[in-house]
Design a binder for this molecule. Sequence first.
Ligand code: G4P
Length: 533
Amino acid sequence: MNNEIALRRTFAIVSHPDAGKTTLTEKFLLYGGAVNLAGSVTGRKHQRATTSDWMELEKQRGISISSTVLQFQYRGFHINLLDTPGHKDFSEDTYRVLTAVDAAVMVIDAGKGIESQTLKLFEVCRRRGVPIFTFMNKMDRPARDPLELLDELERVLGIGAYPVNWPLGAGKEFKGVWDRHSRLAHLYERTPGGKYRAPVATAGLSDPVIRDRLSEEIYRTVSDEVEMLDGAGADFSPAAVLAGNVTPVYFGSAMNNFGVQLLLDGFLNHSAPPSPRKSRAQNIITPEHPAFSGFVFKIQANMDPLHRDRVAFVRVVSGRFERDMRVLHVRTGKTIRLAGATRLFGRERETVDVAYPGDVVGIVGKDTFAIGDTLTEDPDIVYDEIPRFAPECFATIENPTPSAFKRFQKGLDQLMQEGVIQRFELPDTVRKVTLLGAVGPLQFEIVKYRLESEYGAASRIESAPWTITRWIGPDAEIDSLLLPSGARAVRDDLGANVLLFDSEWSLRYFEEKHHANPACRLFNDRPANVLSV
Ligand code: G4P
């Protein structure tokens, strides 16, 4: 058991669309020997147009809504790569996946630097203290100055950046990287489509094998930069990496399969095995705890259009998962037999007999499971791993067909339970108005589509102007509060008071006006004690 735990690594790749997440994933799988499977990852974009993928909507939009767990073996490690949805518009799902990982690889397009989505995902990782490894991708294309890229990581993300290797040129002149630990230069050759590992020559920087391949200018620049990094930079601190305070930085090109192995090896050497989690009673549950426990971090409905089923993805935190085992479903207090456990790779399914901490199992066909639920053999364990993420987009939803009211309501309730969307109510309106809130606006389309295709209920959805969500304490006199124009008081699904703002300006105006009133303190999330019911 301890050996199984020690060899597990569970992580996600975070990036802005087009930075190269899919390409890097494919290359990782290649190292894991899963070549044909790797093909199915790249093939995804093209497959979408021809086969019926998970959802019709995916095809229509050419995006991947559903995320999968990929597993591969490398150097004896059992690696779980949780795929974060990589479309232009992400949802709470993307964030929630990050609650189930122990580390993240952040892919940055070296020609662009940090982009908006990377920043958001980074912040979620940072809040959880997850170690983050950085891959500066696309070095084969014109890239920004590497020192400037490092500086940006420190300035914008507020994290220390330690370059583990250093690029030898960029764009057409990209010749490889200098590994600061082994003190060897790795020269690379382009391979067609990066289909196999780039043949690499390694030698010291001044060795003629290397020197002759670099232009005088690159040689001089790199020598100076390397000397400066060695002289002025901090020493590598594995503890600071584990604490999430320093990110090791690797340069390379995913497409050309260069620098990927250095990243993967560095990642395996410096990331941690499955981490302990806090149970509600504040005790820490380590992976070695003998009782099985885990939590549901994602629910995916209708992955397989032939079966119309739901899969609840459970991250194993402690103990050993066994097929058909009986566990307590804490929220309902019921004992449940975990039949139908599957491992998924794309659309392929395979029955899981055993799983260990760090692993993710998909439980098929349990309609009672909801996001955040704890499953455990030890009734004292309850996890609160999944926070709510404050919505940044809103829309009102109405049922245009009175006769379909029941179907509409049932569908909406189910989608809420799955965590597809958050629901709010606008009080003081003549008719009851339901407001939907999401992290990305695509969720509204998903709600509309799924209500129609799965529940046969039409809906009318209209976008609303708010972009900022803040919870406010139950003692605030919500009805008589002076709100800036464009702000609105609403209630969440548990009846807690929430203020919605349409701009940063409006939020700041409110905070300034009410800063002397402790009852008007605002919260980014719904703290346990602000419930007014
Ligand atoms: P994503 O999952 O983060 O959205 O990015 P993805 O891997 O799909 O990569 C986005 C584009 O960037 C792809 O090109 C991909 O080939 C390219 N790319 C990825 N890594 C590198 C790299 O190291 N160097 C260069 N030059 N390009 C890279 P595309 O034209 O959009 O798609 P495709 O037709 O090549 O698949």
